[in-house]
Design a protein around this ligand. Structure first.
Ligand code: CDT
Length: 301
């Protein structure tokens, strides 16, 4: 048994005017509660430090740099790293990254139990559009503010297991899980900000959005025999609703814990990484059963 207790730290809304210092206080409170519940790892959502700013159109993209972090850790988030180290708790969260040479990514990091960053991932699948689209009920300008990630889908040894990261829209793509699955991933951590309604199709509401969230995450976990922890930023940000539904899924594709609110809420489960082994050596033993001679098209277009 290789059991690690995971706290999926769903966060309620962050308003546009809210400062990062206030957000970090909320994250610390969740971390302290997670410690009390025995967590070895806490997982926060995509763009955990700010509102989901791609809904806002800013003509001069340099003005949007205020939503980005130039260093990680920086002064504002340092308390998170210090507290995590004190609690001997690994941590993952997403943020907007501005690199020293001026590149913009939608990034997530993973630390070990001493507060040291051991993994970084930059979102590959960027949804939405790059220009103002007045036909939409609201904007989703990720293609304006971010470049596609340039690090692929690496995995890291941490906490005695093999971990991977993905960000929001990545969870809808089977390739995300499979590339990590091929590297033996045992737990994938995914933060998300998913609007509760479709900006282009008003009849698609929160039930269907929650269904697609579960469907994607459960399929990814089952088909790669790994744990998946998916964590929302939820609730109403400046009038725009985001789904909750943070969940932890086991390597059989079953939901073992799920959020019940749209606010700051911990979803905690003790996950045995050895539970990944059976599927990996039987039905999803990739080396024995995959037929890559028939998969060429997937990587060629
Ligand atoms: N943040 C993010 O990637 N959100 C997208 C919204 C796309 S609309 C289905 C998501 O995939 O949840």
């Amino acid at each position: 048994m290789r059991e690690i207790t995971v706290a999926a730290a769903q966060m309620g809304p962050i308003q546009r005017a809210e400062g990062r210092d206030v957000v970090v206080c909320r994250m610390l409170a969740l971390m302290d509660e997670a410690k009390g519940r025995g967590a070895d790892l806490i997982v926060y959502p995509e763009l955990a430090l700010t509102t989901f700013f791609p809904r806002w159109y800013v003509e001069d993209t340099a003005q949007a740099d205020a939503w980005f972090e130039r260093d990680m850790p920086n002064e504002t988030v340092r308390p998170l790293f210090d507290r995590a180290a004190r609690h001997q708790m690994a941590m993952s969260f997403g943020y907007a990254e501005l690199t020293p040479d001026g590149h913009h990514f939608n990034t997530a990091i993973l630390t070990d139990g001493s507060g040291k960053i051991v993994g970084k991932y930059r979102k590959v699948h960027l949804p939405g559009h790059a220009e103002l689209d007045p036909r939409r009920a609201f904007q989703h300008l990720e293609k304006r503010y971010f470049e596609p990630g340039n690090l692929g889908f690496p995995v890291w040894r941490n906490l005695g297991g093999i971990f991977g990261l993905a960000v929001c829209n990545d969870r809808r793509w089977p390739e995300t899980y499979r590339v990590m699955g091929l590297q033996g991933v045992e737990m994938i951590l995914i933060g998300y900000n998913t609007p509760a309604v479709n900006a282009e199709k008003s009849e698609e509401g929160p039930e269907k959005r929650l269904f697609h969230n579960r469907l994607s995450v459960q399929a990814g976990a089952y088909q790669n025999s790994c744990w998946v922890v998916a964590v929302a930023k939820a609730g109403v940000e400046d009038g725009f609703p985001l789904i909750g539904g943070s969940l932890i899924v086991n390597p059989d594709g079953e939901i073992v814990a799920e959020a019940t609110t749209e606010g700051d809420e911990l979803v905690v489960h003790a996950c045995d990484l050895d539970a990944t082994l059976f599927g990996k050596k039987t039905i999803f033993d990739f080396a024995r059963h995959r037929r890559i001679e028939h998969y060429g098209l997937i990587a060629s277009r």
